[in-house]
Design a protein around this ligand. Structure first.
Ligand SMILES: Cc1cc2nc3c(=O)[nH]c(=O)nc-3n(C[C@H](O)[C@H](O)[C@H](O)COP(=O)(O)OP(=O)(O)OC[C@H]3O[C@@H](n4cnc5c(N)ncnc54)[C@H](O)[C@@H]3O)c2cc1C
Length: 326
């Protein structure tokens, strides 16, 4: 068993946690959190990882990954997530499936409140990532699960031989659109910008697809139907003309929002609520580090998330060793 750095008796709503103080708690089990867990485990830190869904994060909803080094043939998002999880577990990190709802980062030890109780640790890594942004247009909430989706991998098979709209022509929208082609009859892209915003290699493939159509400088304004999606309305941003497109499905890829509600006012964030940290993953609070998409940064990819997870765990170890010597 890894040696505990500190032993402070504390109360916990989890009977097995009574008196327990971890060296490190990692919030979020996506690529960043799982990579941090691997490094922390190998450093023999007593580590807990808290994940609200299943480990893997956004890659679990990604059909195919072809830009992660070491997999020249590509790999499914689910397979890569499983490999990350197995690797993290191998070195002893405990993983619990609970949602973090609040934190006290100033107390010593730091307190993490979840849907089921409390955990304590001397160092924390924030790795709660992103989730798909919603447009909040009429019909979006009403038809969620009845034609409206944010996950091609999860819902694609439900749209066999259907006409669908994809909102957003960036990397995620085009990549997931290429995946959806195996199911659907047609895909119409609706994009606010004057042109696509996806990598060239993806657009080269998409533009060759006869089943794909692109409407730039258009905005989706409503999703309509009786019990399920029957059509969408888009507006031409130049001419203000409205266009009704008969479809049975709508997939949204219009950006992401950070999962940081529970951190408000507790750690410095940018105006979009991304956590601000330095190149060593240190946040504004001593002993609190951040890794992956939850950070304010430009490149949000698996390879950057896992690198930052490694840095955050290594810096957490340094922090704990420094405290121990004090
Ligand atoms: C459709 C799509 C396709 C993509 N394709 C690629 C690609 O081909 N190549 C590439 O490099 N990148 C790709 N990306 C981006 C890549 O997936 C992300 O950069 C990466 O997953 C970020 O990892 P992360 O660990 O920082 O965050 P995430 O993957 O977002 O993981 C964060 C985890 O934290 C958990 N969490 C959030 N809030 C809480 C809470 N309160 N309590 C407990 N747990 C919580 C979440 O459930 C999640 O599991 C894609 C993204 C999407 C959406």
């Amino acid at each position: 068993m890894p040696e505990l750095f500190f032993k402070t008796p504390m109360e916990s709503k989890h009977p097995e946690e009574k008196g327990k103080v971890y060296d490190l708690i990692i919030l979020g089990g996506g690529p960043a959190g799982l990579s941090a867990a691997l490094y922390a485990g190998r450093a023999r830190l007593d580590t807990l990882l808290i994940e609200k869904n299943l480990p893997g994060g956004q890659i679990s909803i990604t059909d195919w990954v072809e830009n992660y080094p070491g997999f020249p043939e590509g790999i499914t998002g689910l397979d890569l997530a499983k490999k990350f999880e197995d690797h993290a577990r191998k070195f002893g990190t405990r993983i619990v499936l609970e949602e973090v709802v609040d934190v006290d980062l100033k107390s010593e030890p730091k307190i993490i409140k979840t849907s089921q109780g409390e955990y304590r640790a001397h160092a924390i890594i924030l790795a709660t990532g992103n989730e798909p942004r919603k447009l909040n247009i009429p019909g979006e909430e009403k038809f969620k699960g009845k034609g409206v989706s944010y996950c091609a991998t999860c819902d694609g098979p439900f749209f066999k031989d259907k006409d669908i709209v994809i909102v957003g022509c960036g990397n995620s929208g085009v990549q997931e659109g290429l995946y959806l082609l195996r199911f659907v009859k047609s895909i119409t892209f609706v994009e606010r910008l004057q042109c696509h915003n996806a990598e060239k290699i993806l657009m080269e493939r998409a533009l060759k697809e006869p089943k794909m159509k692109f409407y730039y400088e258009h905005e989706l304004v409503s999703i309509d139907g009786k019990d399920k999606v029957e059509s969408v309305t888009a507006i031409n941003l130049k001419t203000k003309e409205k266009m009704v497109i008969p479809v049975q499905g709508v997939f949204f890829y219009v950006g992401l929002v950070p999962k940081t509600e529970f951190l408000r006012g507790k750690v410095d964030c940018d105006p979009y609520c991304y956590v601000i940290c330095n190149e060593n993953s240190c946040t504004s609070v001593p002993g609190v580090f951040a890794a992956g998409d939850v950070r304010m940064k430009d490149v949000k990819q698996i390879v950057t998330a896992v690198a930052e997870g490694a840095i955050a765990a290594t810096m957490a170890l340094k922090y704990l060793e420094g405290k121990k010597e004090m």
